[in-house]
Write a protein of this length. Sequence first.
Length: 141
Amino acid sequence: MGVSVTRMANELKELTEWQKTPEAILFDQYVYMIIRGIKKLYIDTNRPASYDDSLLIEEDGEIIYNVNMPINEQEYVLICAQMIFYQKVQTDVNNIVGYTTNALTITNADKPYANLQNTLDTLELERRRIYYKMVTYSLGE
C-alpha cells in the first residue's frame, strides 16, 4: 500500500507542536516537509533515481507515497522532516541577538538560537545513528 505521508505529517505536527513559530504552520507545509524528508532519504542512501513524484497519490483523502518503506526508513524521514522544521524556526530566531526599548536593554535574546541548535544537533546524531544501522545503504550493498 505504501507509506502514509498524511500520517507522518500528523506525527511531525505532534512532535513539534510545543515549538513557537513566527507564523502558523499549515498542514500542507508539514506534508511538504515529509516529502522533503523522503527525498533526503533517497539522496542519502544513494538512490536518487528511485525517487518518483508520481508515486505520491491521494487515496481516500490521504496522501500516500506508494512505496513500501521499512520502519527505520520512515523514522529517518521523520527525523529529516523535524530538522527541516527546526532549521526554518532557527532562521527566524537567528536574527535576534539583543534589542533596546525606551526603558531597558535586553541582551542574550539569541538564547533560543542556542537551544534550537542543541535540538538540531541531537536530531543530526539520531539521523546518523539510524543511517548507519541501515546496513544495506551504509555499506553500499
